[in-house]
Design a binder for this molecule. Sequence first.
Ligand code: G4P
Length: 283
Amino acid sequence: MNINWYPGHMKKTKESIKKNLSLVDIVYELVDARIPVSSQNPDIDDIIGEKPRIKLLNKSDLADENMNLEWQKYFEEKKIPSVLIDAVHSRGLKELQDLTYTLTEKKRKNLLKKGIRKRPIRIMILGIPNVGKSTLINSLSRRKGARVGNKPGVTKANQWIKIKGDLELLDTPGILWPKFEDEKVGLNLAFTGAIKDEILDIDTLTIKLIERLNNLYPEHIKSRYKVEIEGRSPYDIIMEIGKKRGTILSGGEVDFSRISSIIIDEFRKGKIGRITLERPTDF
Ligand code: G4P
């Protein structure tokens, strides 16, 4: 495995995140709605501490709608506020901003009581690579556009983007590392594209994906690829899909790697259907 998160790097990242955390009033913790547990950082509670936090189930457009609701219920039971969002299409952002106001009410009142001039509520985004941090920053800032950085004394690392009335977002998100020592977590991250090519070759990855989908969403495979899956191995199913799609090598054999890449790509783009790979009942 090619893991970039060696301990020295983790320590530095943690320190810089903690420094930035001290500047903000609330944290938006992004996870992938298809794999809400695998896509979170295992030390997140320790890193965030007592700071108010909202769990953002991003890419909810790609996830199973019923499971989205189940996951929200799960986090509600754990007293973690959550919002379903789709950062690409700016869905869920109004609810997110309303919740931000609600969760920071006490803080705002305290500031006023202390006689501190009304200052904006400051937010930072945290999440593992590819979970949608930059997309969310763009979606949030497009609404009200103006950057409030670029002033003397405001370093580039600390630019604040005005996102609404009195909400400001730190334009540098905190990048956390996923934990992929557990095989299932590693696979979930690879299927969804959070990590690419780090753990497995594409052929094996696709076999594992089809195996998983056969258990969780057999109807999706049947309806997308029009193949019979009962009694067949994932390998045979992929070969059949390859034949149907005409991904054939010059010798007449199915080009297994090509059809595998196509299947993985279609899965990541949501073309096989809305799929959630982790269920609250597993935790
Ligand atoms: P990051 O800053 O956390 O690393 O993630 P980034 O915003 O770059 O997003 C990673 C990929 O996820 C992008 O795809 C982005 O469009 C997609 N994405 C982010 N939020 C959502 C969402 O809510 N729904 C959907 N469907 N996609 C989302 P990309 O540019 O195609 O990147 P890649 O897949 O080629 O790496």
